[in-house]
Design a protein around this ligand. Structure first.
Ligand SMILES: Cc1cc2nc3c(=O)[nH]c(=O)nc-3n(C[C@H](O)[C@H](O)[C@H](O)COP(=O)(O)OP(=O)(O)OC[C@H]3O[C@@H](n4cnc5c(N)ncnc54)[C@H](O)[C@@H]3O)c2cc1C
Length: 428
């Protein structure tokens, strides 16, 4: 045997040993998480907080002003770019009636109705889009932060994102805009005993996290908060100075900015903390072993790796809250909805595409089912609020996962929050 072969064998043995040790560590960690979850009632990680995160003044304002029905007119008080690329712009919105604004749950979104010109047909067109509130609740303004959406790299000839381009190019200070009240089920869960919070935002998915973070820190709640924010580089790093000041001034806030492709001038430890994606290895290496509430919002690939990854670590799915800004067919949410009431096979007929497809009981909604089967559906909020996915029901009935917030015309259903009760024919 040559010295080289011997060296290779020794290296191989060492690598196998390292792999075994790593697997043992992962296995032990997973068991520890599961153990923690079983003993959650006695968890020492639970930190007592006031029963509400609202300040006294805000709570009084809430009591004095309620939400509104339908669309309310706002004007844009201020417009401000948030990143070096000028691809993300914040809009400060004040109500035209000057009445105090109702408080929302941090993490929720506003729904906008926009009248604009279709870039292909040049005809007027109304579209509905949702944007998360990106600041803590205030009685005098709401803030949203919008990322400009270009045409997909693979289809440079299609028009860029309608709403985001309209906001960036045509909505100016003083512009009027129609806004539906805040809604959405993805928001900070306020409990008597608030668990430590882990916020994970990928790209523009940072917006609801900013709202939650600002709320918790401004209210002086002493709960530990971790923010993992993933972006390619400083070019798209939004509210950098604000986040750095928060990290310097709050001992209970732990900032982890991750650049996946930093610029040469980006300095690790100053501009960002980690040269990597936000992923399970990073969380495992930086989070203490305790029970947390995880809030996640980001692009589909990030969600598809993180959500099962967290559960794989032994985190209880009831401690994971997430939101997707776009179609999220492959993302499964364990906490949704009753199953379809009928146990018989149910057929869904889509009239415009002349397709009849057997309903998949694992689908969370008719919207998810339609998308998974290649049926194009106009949608936005995916939470029964904006009404974009309202569809005519030609035959059959649906069950709702939750009460629809959108105004529903007779003979229509909201695909994003419904499932079939029996055979269904949809005008799609
Ligand atoms: C609850 C919720 C909260 C959200 N919060 C935020 C937020 O805080 N900030 C934020 O920036 N966004 C947020 N979004 C996303 C936002 O609502 C919009 O989806 C986003 O701005 C894109 O809308 P758009 O009208 O600009 O693009 P769209 O017009 O919907 O276009 C989307 C993409 O399709 C491409 N496209 C156009 N025509 C074609 C074609 N013929 N073939 C193929 N592709 C085509 C466009 O070029 C573009 O890339 C949120 C979404 C939800 C559901």
């Amino acid at each position: 045997m040559t010295t080289g072969t011997l060296a290779l064998i020794i290296l191989g043995v060492i690598l196998v040993q390292v792999a075994i040790v790593m697997l043992l560590i992962i296995h032990r960690r997973k068991r520890e998480y599961q153990e923690l979850d079983r003993s959650k009632d006695a968890s020492p990680a639970v930190i007592s907080t006031p029963s509400s995160l609202l300040s006294k003044q805000t709570a009084e304002t809430v009591a004095s002003c309620s939400s509104w029905e339908g669309y309310r007119e706002f004007s844009v008080q201020r417009k401000e770019f948030e990143d070096n690329n000028k691809s993300i712009c914040s809009f400060y919105l004040v109500p035209l009636d000057s009445k105090p604004l109702p408080v929302f749950n941090p993490g929720q979104f506003l729904t906008f109705k926009l009248l604009l010109e279709d870039p292909v047909t040049y005809e007027s067109k109304t579209i509905v889009r949702c944007y998360s509130l990106s600041d803590a609740p205030r009685s005098d303004y709401y803030r949203i932060s919008i990322k400009r959406v270009p045409a997909p790299a693979s289809q440079p000839d299609v028009p860029p994102g309608l709403s985001s381009s309209f906001f960036h190019d045509h909505i100016k200070e003083g512009s009027k805009i129609l806004v539906k009240a805040a809604s959405g089920h993805f928001h900070l869960i306020e409990e008597e005993e608030l668990l430590p919070i882990v916020l994970i935002g990928g790209g523009i998915g940072i917006t609801p996290m900013l709202s939650i973070l600002n709320t918790v820190l401004e209210r002086g709640v002493k709960t530990e908060v971790w923010l993992y924010y993933g972006i390619p580089s400083s070019d798209e790093h939004i509210m950098k100075a604000h986040l750095q000041v928060l990290a310097r001034t709050h001992d209970n806030f732990h900032l982890h900015v991750c650049y996946s492709a930093p610029n040469e001038s980006d300095a690790e430890g100053i501009d960002y903390q980690h040269n990597t994606w936000v992923g399970i290895p990073l969380l495992r290496g930086t989070l203490k072993l305790m029970r947390y509430q995880f809030y996640v919002c980001g692009p589909k690939p990030m969600m598809e790796s993180l959500l099962p990854g967290l559960e794989g670590l032994g985190v209880n799915s009831n401690d994971i809250y997430y939101e997707s800004f776009g179609p999220a067919t492959l993302i499964k949410h364990k906490k949704t909805a009753p199953a379809v009431s009928s146990e018989q096979p149910v057929n869904i007929t889509f009239t415009q595409t002349a397709k009849t497809i057997l309903w998949d009981p694992a689908a969370d909604s008719l919207l998810e089912f339609a998308e998974a089967n290649g049926i194009e559906v106009e949608s936005s909020c995916r939470a029964g609020n904006c009404g974009s996915c309202q569809t005519t029901v030609k035959a059959g009935e649906v069950d709702y996962n939750q009460e629809p917030d959108a105004d529903l015309s007779p003979g229509h259903c909201l695909l994003c929050i419904s499932k079939p009760k029996n055979d269904l024919t949809l005008e799609l």
